[in-house]
Design a protein around this ligand. Structure first.
Ligand SMILES: [Zn+2]
Length: 200
């Protein structure tokens, strides 16, 4: 997911512990290991497959997805957005906090949703498009971490929103699919341009 508001990047890059890598969070220069697939690319509408075993291949994929997300100044990224149909997502809603660790979730599943809130949302596959989206205010997700251990993540506020947004990606659902009627019509021009751009 894209950040809702751009905040200044803090000076010294922190270390990532949960990702089990000594690499610092890269500065958001827009260039990551992967090219992010934009709206118009059919891969974004496909359902991702479960990951039966977390091997070195999946761990490297997670690491490269994190680097791609940080480079693009995002707070969440799902594997289909880099053209890989696997159920894997990475999230860091506190990316400016040196003490924070990103979440790397394999085979995530929503266990519980609660409440309702409407807030602005963006997506790295939809540059420059922001829209109000209704989501649950609280989300409980079960998944596996990078070591294959079962974990439970409880999210509120931005984390709840990002969890729902990224899990949608694994099911081929995009944030604009939650927008209907007039609001969707107002976005049509921008969406058409983006679609043309991604097919060039
Ligand atoms: Zn997205």
């Amino acid at each position: 997911m894209a950040r809702r508001r751009r905040r200044k990047w803090t000076a010294s890059p922190p270390q990532i512990s949960a990702a089990q890598t000594a690499e610092p969070k890269p500065t958001p220069n827009g260039v990551g290991p992967f090219q992010i697939r934009l709206y118009g690319n059919p891969v974004l509408h496909q359902k991702a497959l479960p990951i039966p075993e977390i091997t070195a291949v999946e761990r490297k994929l997670a690491e490269d997805m994190l680097a791609t997300m940080y480079a693009a100044n995002g707070v969440g990224l799902a594997a289909p957005q880099v053209g890989v149909l696997k159920r894997l997502l990475v999230i860091d809603v506190n990316r400016d906090d040196p003490a924070s660790s990103p979440l790397v979730l394999f085979n995530p599943e929503i266990q519980h949703l609660e409440g309702e809130v409407v807030e602005e949302e963006g997506c790295l596959s939809f540059p420059d498009i922001i829209a109000d989206v209704k989501r649950a205010a609280k989300a409980v997700v079960i998944a596996q971490n990078i070591d294959g251990e079962s974990i439970r993540v409880e999210g509120e506020a931005l984390l709840a929103r990002v969890l729902q947004h990224e899990i949608d990606h694994l099911n081929g659902i995009l944030f604009i699919d939650h927008i209907s009627g007039l609001k969707r019509q107002l976005l049509q021009g921008k969406l058409r341009k983006l679609k043309q751009k991604s097919q060039q």
